[in-house]
Design a protein around this ligand. Sequence first.
Ligand code: JFZ
Length: 308
Amino acid sequence: RDPRTAWWTEARFGMFIHWGLYALPAQGEWIMYAQKTPVCEYEQLAQQFNPTEFDAKAWVSLAKDAGMRYIVITAKHHDGFTMYHSKADPFNIVDSTPFNRDPMKELAEACREADIVLCFYYSHVIDWHHPHAVHKEHNNTWDYKLEEKRFTEYWEGKAKPQIKELLTEYGWVGLLWFDTAGGLSEEDSKDIVEHVRSLQPDCVINSRVSHYMGMGDYVSKGDNEIGMSGEDTRPWETPMTLNLSWGYTTRDQIWKTADVLIQKLVHVIGKGGNLLLNVGPTPQGTIPERSAERLREVGEWTHRNAEA
Ligand code: JFZ
């Protein structure tokens, strides 16, 4: 049994949080790419982003009530905007919005108090804001020319310094959740793993850090996909949505019922996996009431059965 992943395999159930500027247009976290929004236009969202209703303690206690033991939040998603105070790039919530608070700092504090493990999602390959980020397919080709990209400038100038900030300014980080590694070389994947290990040797890394087999401490399944296949014996996790999208949207109102969620939870855990269940907070900084309601229902069921 691996001491690094021990807390995580015991935790079983976590809260995924997709929160960023994309909450404002309210059509999911891929909106910039879908609409080919120019960087200068997308940046204007930051000036309107002021989530004054954000309450870290309320989010953490909702996770706790639901029976969750860890939180994975989008410190940076594909739009390149960081939801914490980054010194490496001013396109972040403290330097570019009127909000003037670092919600990751507040969450780190609230998690420590409540004994919930804080983890960060970091989009290490896709970054539509940075001129030199390179992905296999999903690049910002409306602002930047592929042939003019110098990947090292992104890698050494933004991705690695920002990962370092996350691993040095927020206390112990339980897990770094990487994603969409298409096009990243084996060498660069190893580079990022070593980078994380050198800063926080106990930090768990998910398999999406790389497209090369066997990297990372556990396997992230496809969305809503349950169970292991093949020969991989690593622990695994199913990321799941409550509705049909990750980021906040007003369009998608197809919600899984509490019964279905409880069945999924039992199914995943029964097969030995972890369930990472997503919420997409609003631009005001609140978890949509429909989502909160569902999570509390799941929690009531879990707590009832834990006592019995
Ligand atoms: C990625 C992101 O592009 C998406 O915005 C979200 O953050 C999600 C959790 O992860 O999308 C994926 C990546 C991999 C799979 C599905 C969606 N997959 O392997 O099935």
